[in-house]
Design a protein around this ligand. Sequence first.
Ligand SMILES: Nc1ncnc2c1ncn2[C@@H]1O[C@H](COP(=O)(O)OP(=O)(O)O)[C@@H](O)[C@H]1O
Ligand SMILES: [Mg+2]
Length: 258
Amino acid sequence: MNEDTTNTNQDNGAEQVTAAAESPSDYFKVDDIHAYYGESYIVQGVSLNLRENEILALLGRNGAGKTSTLKTIARADEPTLRKGTITLGGQTVHDKKGFEASQMGIQLVPEDRRIIPGMTVEENIILAQVAEPIGWPLERIYQHFPRLAERRKQEGTTLSGGEQQMLAVARALARDIKLLLLDEPYEGLAPVIVHEIERILLEIKAEGITSIIVEQNAVAALKLADRAVILDTGEVVFSGSAEEVLNDEALRLKYLAI
Ligand SMILES: Nc1ncnc2c1ncn2[C@@H]1O[C@H](COP(=O)(O)OP(=O)(O)O)[C@@H](O)[C@H]1O
Ligand SMILES: [Mg+2]
């Protein structure tokens, strides 16, 4: 056994306990969450944990509970969390409401993207900045999203699907974001646009933001991700590195049908 030569504190046991409690992989931690729509028991004891600026691919078949898990984390009104804990950077999330989770830096980009009709690209972004805490300024957003910069005066709902997805992500960045939750960001998009969004997500990661990506295009999500969790009927059936899933054909066939 190696002796810890740097630690001059007599109370070694206590030091170790503190270090374990603040392990970097606990930056974002979901521990045994159970969530319901009315009496329908959907999220059945999901746990996951992430280091700061890691990307997690949350995968599984249709109806596995991926969207419900993201909504529970974002503290949407439904599904209702009845048991379990969620923490971000040492702060509790499970006891917060949706607007409080948003103020803490948790931003969900839903599958339908929710671009506000009758508003330009820029107005959609500015609207995200009406309340504190504010995130990236417009110019910084436009540096990462040149397509949005070109279309800043265009009505948001007239953008292509891929551009609307970029706008939805840009709006999340306009808030002071720590955890980005993406629900099927590549859905219906051409490969060239998927690549552009991948580039943006890697840039966001480099800026220190932690992300969870739910995708039917599991291979694309796994190539981007550090870690992977697979859900089946509301339970975790795999948790490990993204690479393990890419290399495990039997696992992919069983739960992802790829
Ligand atoms: N609003 C709702 N009310 C009742 N059941 C729901 C609701 N939304 C989703 N469900 C059910 O929860 C399960 C998981 O759905 P969901 O989280 O959307 O799965 P996924 O995103 O993995 O496709 C499904 O059986 C679905 O029918
Ligand atoms: Mg879904």
